[in-house]
Write a protein that binds this ligand. Structure first.
Ligand SMILES: NC(=O)c1ccc[n+]([C@@H]2O[C@H](COP(=O)([O-])OP(=O)(O)OC[C@H]3O[C@@H](n4cnc5c(N)ncnc54)[C@H](O)[C@@H]3O)[C@@H](O)[C@H]2O)c1
Length: 330
């Protein structure tokens, strides 16, 4: 089976690519190495994949990993990649992420998350054999939802950032293509994913960087925030189950989180212990676009594919901390 993974040099894309390769899939990765954060980190992830899986085995078994540097906004190149691969499944993870960045850089979200996503839908629709499309949505679509935990049946019509609005738009666009063309499209609302090979723009990385450089960490809303932190291996396990499930409906949306809403100050304390550092904190007000709490109901995904996350922050954060120190040589 062949899977085309967009954003394969990204944090989740890298881990997902590895998981599918280990399970015997052929993986065709696409990424444009955009400079939203360290391009070196993206190249390092891609190099890991290429070194482990990009060459034929000694016994002559052909390589099962190929990569092309392509922007999903470039429809012609994307069409060519689809024609070359003829994937059974497309996993669309390429996106402009980040809630706060969408306040200052709105047009890149329009370009990648809307136009790029439309290109993915069009390529799937016109493929000789229509692939199953699994795509990244986000817990941010729940906006300021007060009802906990967040369920897929909750109203998600009041996003509080443009990033969230584009993710909700992806869910609507996918529904349209499923309805009109019979394509199978499954959206996964990820809840604050963390782990090794992590993004440097995310809170845990910013905290680790500040702690290791003896700077105060910026704590928004005076630390009064709750997040459902999900370890990347659990997320990837859920993605694999969804991709490989044969019994899912033509269109569906699932939460994929840890089902534990952690207090931000506990998360900071756990990270500080893992790094062996007493943190300095700078308490700041809530930032525009941020939400107070996230908390995933995961019953729907559990019932559909048996998804069951197992990693607590007490287990996952020390693994992240030791990767962070070793990768950044700190
Ligand atoms: N990490 C999280 O906590 C989280 C939470 C909710 C949703 N998501 C979503 O999951 C997906 C993966 O997130 P991630 O954390 O791995 O982010 P990431 O930024 O590490 O990965 C995204 C990858 O897509 C690539 N990309 C960006 N624009 C592109 C374009 N136009 N063409 C081709 N490639 C492009 C980037 O270079 C990057 O390598 C994204 O869709 C993101 O919105 C992530």
């Amino acid at each position: 089976m062949k899977i085309l993974i967009t954003g394969s040099a990204g944090f989740i894309g890298f881990h997902a690519s590895q998981a599918f390769l280990r399970r015997g899939w052929e993986v065709f990765g696409i990424d444009n190495f955009c400079d939203y954060y360290s391009v070196q980190l993206k190249h390092d992830r891609e190099t890991q994949l290429a070194d482990s899986w990009g060459a034929a085995a000694a016994d002559g078994t052909p390589a099962r990993y190929a990569f092309r540097e392509i922007d999903i906004c470039d429809l012609e190149k994307l069409k060519a990649a689809f024609a070359e691969t003829a994937p059974d499944v497309v996993l669309n993870l390429a996106a402009q992420p980040g809630v706060r960045y969408s306040i200052t850089h709105p047009f890149v979200y329009q370009k990648t998350n809307l136009e790029g996503f439309l290109n993915i839908l069009e390529c799937c629709r016109h493929a000789e054999k229509m692939p199953k499309l699994v795509f990244a949505s986000s817990s941010s679509v729940y906006g300021g939802n007060k009802k906990m935990p967040f369920e897929e049946s909750d109203q998600v019509d009041t996003p509080v950032s443009l990033y969230a609005a584009t993710k909700k738009a992806n869910e609507l666009m996918a529904h349209t293509y499923s309805h009109l063309y019979g394509m199978q499209t499954i959206g996964l609302r990820f809840f604050t994913v963390y782990g090794t090979w992590y993004r440097p723009d995310m809170a845990l990385s910013l905290f680790a960087d500040a702690m290791l450089h003896d700077r105060p960490i910026k704590v928004f809303n005076n630390g009064d925030m709750l997040r459902d932190f999900t370890y990347v291996d659990d997320i990837v396990n859920g993605i694999v189950r969804v991709v490989e499930a044969a019994n899912l409906p033509r269109y569906d949306i699932f939460n994929i989180g840890n089902h534990r809403s952690e207090k931000l100050l506990d998360v900071i304390e756990t990270l500080a212990q893992a790094l062996g550092i007493k943190p300095k904190m700078e308490m700041l007000p809530m930032q525009a676009g941020d939400v107070y709490a996230t908390y995933a109901s995961i019953d729907k995904l559990h019932k559909a594919v048996g998804y069951e996350p197992t990693t607590t922050i007490r287990e996952g954060i020390p693994v992240f901390a030791s990767w962070y120190r070793s990768y950044h040589k700190l």
